[in-house]
Design a protein around this ligand. Sequence first.
Ligand code: ATP
Ligand code: MG
Length: 144
Amino acid sequence: MLEFLPTHLADPAATDLLGESLGKAALAGGVIALVGDLGSGKTTMAQGIVRSLGYQNEVTSPTFSLVQEYRGGRLDIFHFDFYRVESDHELLDLGWDDYLEQGGLVIVEWPALFPHLLPEGTIWIQLTHENDGRLAEIIPSPCG
Ligand SMILES: Nc1ncnc2c1ncn2[C@@H]1O[C@H](COP(=O)(O)OP(=O)(O)OP(=O)(O)O)[C@@H](O)[C@H]1O
Ligand SMILES: [Mg+2]
């Protein structure tokens, strides 16, 4: 899957479809970090991931709840949005470490706000505007 990156995503459907492919390839305990500016397509990609793991018509952005949980599909999914998180403590109090250890799939929007909390092995995907669409590429962990 990752060998298709970098790739141009011409429209929202292409972003969603790449998410679907990522979801199909996702392994238990995996973490996908979605990097990109406001409106770059992170939630669109997350929607494709979530749907591909067996959750239909259930996807909302976790913007107003820090984490959105989906259970009962091929993998449980824990979809975080760090945008409104104030501190490490807030995430740790929420049970961040437990989420990582549940053998589900963790998806994080705005991961670069707390990069040190993302475990080794996290797949970092960056979305940037490219012409009228987006460019999706793998980037190295900002923590090295
Ligand atoms: N490849 C694409 N080409 C053009 N528009 C796209 C593409 N992918 C997503 N979009 C559109 O970009 C807009 C923002 O998408 P989305 O909400 O997924 O971004 P986001 O990165 O989650 O934003 P936020 O930072 O606010 O959470 C939506 O209207 C979506 O349909
Ligand atoms: Mg979003």
